[in-house]
Design a protein around this ligand. Sequence first.
Ligand SMILES: Nc1ncnc2c1ncn2[C@@H]1O[C@H](COP(=O)(O)OP(=O)(O)OP(=O)(O)O)[C@@H](O)[C@H]1O
Length: 337
Amino acid sequence: MSAVIEIDGLRKTFHTLRQGRRVAVDGFDLLVEAGQIHGFLGPNGSGKTTTLRALLGLVRADGGRMSVLGAPAPARLSEVAGRVGAIVESPQFFGNFTAHRTLRLLALAGGVPTSRVDEVLEQVGLRDRGDERVKGYSLGMKQRLAVASALLKSPELLILDEPANGLDPAGIREMRDLMRSLAATGVTVLLSSHILAEIQLICDHVTIISRGRRVAAGRVDEVLAGFDQHEFQVRVAEPERAAELLRGRGLSVTDHPDHLVVAGVDEPELITRTLGEQGLWVRELVPLRPDLESVFLELTGTMPHPTVPRQVDDSALPAPDGALIELNARENREVDA
Ligand SMILES: Nc1ncnc2c1ncn2[C@@H]1O[C@H](COP(=O)(O)OP(=O)(O)OP(=O)(O)O)[C@@H](O)[C@H]1O
């Protein structure tokens, strides 16, 4: 598979008059290969938008190497710009224009044949609503229109920042179907999100960012498998005796009010055999698989604490691995705020 986006060691520190230096991206790596629907997942303020803006040359990076479709980015992005559709800042549309007119103007401005307008309206499911004014559109319809505008030039790569932001579950499902149909036609999609369910539903690959650093990457199922503790939920009569027997076989057992959780189980038969041999019959044996939510909370250090309200993007806190975020050594005097 060929690399469509490569980011190596990206760094970006903002300097603002009010808050001083703020490390937004801290040596971040990303690899997106052709044909993937790649989720770029991280909590609020973790550096997703800054990464995408740096990739597209909307903000100047302090360090690192990036390329898009083989062209060094952002320096030679113009060579491949015609093959890339991106929505990073939320596009503003004129409410009084219809979707059709909006796209027609964008097509004319971009040198794209206006015959594409009907095609992209069809593609995003707005064909029958294309002659309505945009101000009457729902949020989901506006998101579709935004995607349609990025599709006008038939891109090979689509970059979307938070495309499902504010959508209801049905809207997210529709967005997933749209992304899948695009991927089926060979388009590679990179989409950022802080919503786990969205990534798990829409994407096949994921890169997780926390406090400006990559903390996990790979196929969604592989990332999840990496966190599989081989745990089973067991319901049995005489749970105390059962726990003792299982511990005697070297398994780690946690007691819960009406069940046991047994970890480190490679062969579930070990549980049923150990208990059955002693006349304890298992009533329920359920594998406990990690979900992206628990993996995400663990990796990004955003697990809620019962007494401490979680702070968005608290750069002064230790990173999940315990290391304090280093401030970028390279001085950058620009004020981006
Ligand atoms: N122009 C700017 N000036 C100063 N600080 C900025 C600027 N843009 C981003 N930041 C800071 O950089 C950090 C990363 O922000 P960024 O917008 O990249 O996060 P994000 O992951 O996209 O968050 P969200 O999911 O909330 O959109 C935050 O601390 C943010 O306050």
